[in-house]
Design a protein around this ligand. Structure first.
Ligand code: CA
Length: 224
């Protein structure tokens, strides 16, 4: 999925790029509104992540001009807490959603999936690995016929594992994606959560899905 990010705050732009690329999105960023508008009108993207205050064309003008040209590209606005009027204007101008800074990368990812699903009418709302199934819309998780109750963090951790079965997620990646820490907290936080998740997901099932790759991280596999 190809995403355009128009954001002039370097830190936010790189945080968004890193987070989205880690989830398999292809990301192009620009810090200038004029360049951004040109890209949005001439290249194919699945969604636009749009800041409001920008050098060159501002975010709301970009949005207005896109909609005037009948370009229905899904748009998620990034707004500051104080920009309430801009946020409302943005929604009136045809933004699909907005996020208030600071935000968790998972929130942006969830919204991108939601707006692009709405746009294409397709649904990839179910993740499955072996007999483990996760419904991203209802947030129900089942293993075989058995329902599994997860906390929000456990759900997020399992979702990240299930989105790329067979791929090893490092402790640091898990910290970044599930807790939004861009540092290793140096605690056994991740181990504790994986342990809890394992108890619920693998429990007494003979086929173990969650694997520990010693010294590296964790991954989910269809089982041996
Ligand atoms: Ca800005």
């Amino acid at each position: 999925m190809k995403i355009l990010v128009i954001e002039d705050e370097k830190k936010i732009a790189s945080f968004v790029r890193k987070g989205l690329e880690a989830q398999g999105f292809v990301v192009e960023t620009t810090s200038n509104g004029d360049d951004g508008f040109l890209l949005a009108t001439t290249r194919p993207y699945e969604a636009l992540v749009l800041d409001i205050m920008l050098p060159g064309k501002d975010g709301l003008s970009i949005l207005r001009n896109l909609r005037e040209r009948k370009i229905s590209l899904p748009v998620i606005l990034l707004t500051a807490r104080s920009e309430l009027n801009e946020r409302l204007d943005g929604l009136n101008l045809g933004a699909d959603d907005y996020l208030t800074k600071p935000f968790h990368i998972e929130e942006l990812i969830a919204r991108l999936h939601a707006v692009t699903r709405r746009a294409t009418g397709t649904s990839q709302s179910i993740l499955a690995v072996a007999d483990l199934k996760m419904n991203l819309l209802t947030r129900k998780v089942t293993r075989g016929a058995q329902a599994i109750e997860l906390t929000a963090r456990e759900f997020s951790l399992l979702e990240h594992l299930m989105r790329s079965p067979g791929r090893v997620l490092t402790r640091v990646e898990i910290c970044e994606r599930v807790w939004d820490y861009n540092f290793d907290p140096g605690t056994n936080l991740v181990e504790v959560y994986v342990q809890r998740l394992r108890k619920k997901v693998d429990g007494d099932f003979p086929k173990k899905l969650i694997e520990t790759i010693r010294g590296v991280g964790y991954c989910i596999k269809a089982g041996a």
